[in-house]
Design a protein around this ligand. Structure first.
Ligand code: PMP
Length: 297
C-alpha cells in the first residue's frame, strides 16, 4: 500500500501513519470508526452522505462519553484532502478515532485518522443469485452491555464470533438475534425481509446499527411507493420471507438466497430487491438526492 493518510491533523505518507504497540486502543478495543464510499460522477467525485457518517462517528464517541477531537467540518475537509492527495475517485473511506498511549486508559488522548482505499464502483451485490446466510448462536449485544447504536471497534469481536461460525458452516454471512430472539442485525450489515410486497426491517431498539444504507433504502422505498415498516422479526419471518437482503456501505444491497439452509423466494433476487439495487445505484449518479452527494472540495 502507498499514498497518503490523514493522521491527527496532517497528511502523512502511508508508511509513516503508525502508532506504538502500547497504544491502548489496540489493547482494549477502544475506538470508533466509519465506512464511507465516494463515487466518480460526471460532476466530479462525490462522497455519499459524508456528513451523516461523520455525525454518526461523533455519536458513537458520545455514547461512550468521549469528546471527539475534531469537528464534523474538520473531518469533512480531512476526507476531501485525503481523496485529493491520493488522486482517487471511487474509494472506500475509513475515518477512525482510537485511544492512544497513557498510564490511565480513561485519560489517554484519542488519535484520529482518515484512510482512503481505492475501490471499484458500487454495487457490491453478486451479479446473480445471492449469499447464504446463517443465524448465529451468538447473540448481538444489548443497549445495557455495548450499545448497538455505536459503531465501535471492540464491538466487532461479537461480529467475528458470528461470522467465523457462519463461514465454518459453509455460509457467507452471519445474522444475529438479540437476547430475546428477535432479529437484530447482520455481522456488518442491516437486514431486510419482504413479505407480500411489504419491506420489513428490525428497529434499532432490537439491536440494529442505525445504518446509513438502511435509512437510504427506507427513503428510496417510500419514494417508489413500496410499503416499508420497522418491526420486530423472529427467525421464521426470515425463513418464510419472499425476499431477504442485507445493506451496508461497502456492499450496497446484497440479496440473500438462503437462511439456515432454507431457500428464500426462488433463490435468485426478488423484484423488490432488484428495484432497490437499481435505485441505490442510480441515486449516486442522479440529481434526485443531491443533498446526499457531497462534492470533493
Ligand atoms: N450493521 C453493522 C453491524 C455494521 O457494521 C454495518 C456497517 N457499517 C451496518 C449494519 C451497515 O451500516 P451502513 O449502511 O451505515 O454501512
Amino acid at each position: 500500500m502507498s499514498g497518503k493518510i490523514w493522521f491527527d491533523g496532517e497528511l502523512k505518507a502511508w508508511e509513516d501513519a503508525t502508532v506504538h504497540v502500547s497504544t491502548l486502543g489496540l489493547h482494549y478495543g477502544i475506538g470508533f470508526f466509519e465506512g464511507i464510499r465516494s463515487h466518480a460522477t460526471d460532476r466530479g467525485t462525490v462522497v455519499f452522505r459524508l456528513t451523516d457518517h461523520l455525525e454518526r462517528l461523533r455519536r458513537s464517541a458520545a455514547i461512550y462519553g468521549v469528546p471527539a477531537p475534531y469537528s464534523v467540518d474538520e473531518l469533512r475537509q480531512a476526507t476531501f484532502d485525503v481523496i485529493k492527495a491520493n488522486g482517487f475517485e471511487d474509494c472506500y473511506l475509513r475515518p477512525i478515532m482510537f485511544l492512544g498511549q497513557g498510564a490511565d486508559p480513561l485519560r489517554a488522548p484519542f488519535h484520529t485518522a482518515v484512510i482512503a482505499f481505492q475501490h471499484g464502483p458500487l454495487v457490491g451485490a453478486p451479479p446473480t443469485g445471492g449469499v447464504k446466510a446463517k443465524i448465529s448462536s451468538f447473540h448481538r449485544f444489548t443497549a445495557n452491555s455495548m450499545p448497538p447504536a455505536a459503531k465501535a471497534t471492540g464491538q466487532y469481536l461479537n461480529a467475528m464470533l458470528a461470522q467465523t461460525e457462519a463461514r465454518a458452516a459453509g455460509c457467507d454471512e452471519a445474522l444475529l438475534l438479540n437476547k430475546d430472539g428477535y432479529v437484530a442485525d447482520g455481522w456488518a450489515h442491516n437486514v431486510f425481509a419482504v413479505h407480500r410486497g411489504e419491506l420489513l426491517t428490525p428497529p434499532t431498539t432490537s439491536g440494529a446499527l442505525p445504518g446509513i444504507t438502511r435509512e437510504t433504502v427506507l427513503t428510496l422505498a417510500a419514494e417508489r411507493g413500496i410499503p416499508a415498516r420497522e418491526t420486530d422479526l423472529v427467525r421464521s419471518d426470515l425463513y418464510l420471507a419472499d425476499e431477504v437482503f442485507l445493506t451496508g456501505t461497502a456492499a450496497g444491497i446484497v440479496p440473500v438466497s438462503s437462511v439456515d439452509g432454507r431457500p428464500i423466494g426462488g433463490g435468485d433476487r426478488g423484484d423488490v430487491t432488484a428495484t432497490l439495487i437499481k435505485d441505490l445505484h442510480d441515486t449516486v449518479h442522479s440529481a434526485s438526492h443531491k443533498e446526499w452527494l457531497e462534492p470533493v472540495e
